[in-house]
Write a protein that binds this ligand. Structure first.
Ligand code: FAD
Length: 287
């Protein structure tokens, strides 16, 4: 039984994020990735969540498998959207009954269908409070260095984040590419009196085609970084782009450690090679 809040008090952490597989092929890839990344002895791994009935079960099954069949410590993601309060309590109690004690409490994105149920809880803060009522969880929340896309302005978003993080144990950020985005976020929280750990989220860019996708996922790749990837492409094609993307992520990680980040959280997209290469470049344990 390991609580992430306790791990963060003891030392810096390294963690990996996965999504539940949606097909046999994806399940095979993920099984190999888990085996591979387990060798790096991550502090914990997290499993994303979608609200639909089937995908809900997929998250629970993966978290349960990690809990029971590997040496890894899982953190289950959960969202407010599309759930009643009593459904959320049942899910939380089910996790506690199998010994899972780390939770990422999220608001979730509103359904695209305007007639679909919104859910009884609106913001992640309310889910943090509910999980505290159920009890026994170390609770993480999401932080958005550039501000949440639905926020009217950055200051208000930071105020909401500060209140949310005060109630939770730690935050994990959306991925980003410049060190200043992280230090700006941490400074803004400190100015609001909140000094809880904020784990930076790292997503390496491994191809030029993924650059536009990063912007739609919440964080555009800055012009200077795109230029380095374009130059690498001109010099050596896709393999050189991949190597440059890994170099960019490794440099960011080094900078983050330099400013005292409490850990590094890698968005793996269920593949191990890029994360392993960054871990190796940084000399992280077991790499
Ligand atoms: P919330 O804290 O709920 O805030 C959402 C918006 O409401 C913000 O603009 C905020 O400023 C505003 N707000 C907050 N509180 C108040 C208040 N009291 N009054 C007025 N406004 C308020 N999505 C998934 O569906 N599944 C996942 O597994 C998942 N994992 C994620 C992991 C990480 C690390 C991150 C960064 C995001 C993840 N997301 C996931 C995306 C997340 O669900 C979306 O960002 C969602 O749009 C908002 O949820 P939140 O918890 O980030 O924000």
């Amino acid at each position: 039984m390991v609580k992430i809040a306790d791990l963060l008090k003891a030392s810096t952490t390294v963690s990996f994020e996965f999504f539940p597989p949606r097909s046999d092929e994806e399940a095979t890839t993920l099984a190999a990735t888990l085996k591979d990344l387990e060798l790096l002895h991550p502090s914990f791994v997290s499993v994303t969540y979608r609200g639909g009935a089937e995908s809900r079960q997929r998250t629970f099954d993966l978290v349960s498998m990690i809990q029971n069949e590997t040496t890894l410590t899982p953190m289950a993601h959960l969202i407010c959207v599309a759930h009643t309060r009593s459904e959320l309590i049942s899910i939380l109690e089910e996790y506690r009954s199998i010994g899972v004690e780390n939770l990422m409490a999220l608001g979730g994105d509103p359904p695209s269908d305007p007639d679909a149920p919104r859910g009884e809880l609106r913001y992640a803060t309310e889910l943090v409070a509910l999980a505290r009522e159920v009890g026994g969880f170390s609770i993480g929340v999401a932080a958005h260095p550039a501000g949440h896309p639905r926020s009217a302005n950055l200051e208000e978003d930071r105020d909401h984040l500060a209140a949310k993080l005060e109630a939770a144990d730690f935050a994990v950020t959306q991925f980003f590419f410049s060190l200043e985005e992280y230090t700006g976020l941490v400074d803004d929280l400190e100015r609001r009196g909140v000094t809880k750990p904020v784990l930076p989220g790292i997503m390496p860019v491994t191809s030029l085609s993924s650059v536009p996708r990063m912007a739609t996922m919440g964080s555009p790749v800055p012009e200077w970084a795109v230029q380095r990837l374009v130059d690498a492409d001109a010099a050596g094609g896709p393999a050189a782009v991949r190597a440059e993307g890994i170099a960019l992520a490794s440099e960011l990680c080094t900078g983050l450690m330099g400013v005292g980040a409490p850990g590094l959280h890698f968005y793996t997209l269920n593949r191990s090679s890029a994360t392993r290469e960054i871990a190796h470049a940084l000399g992280l344990s077991g790499a």
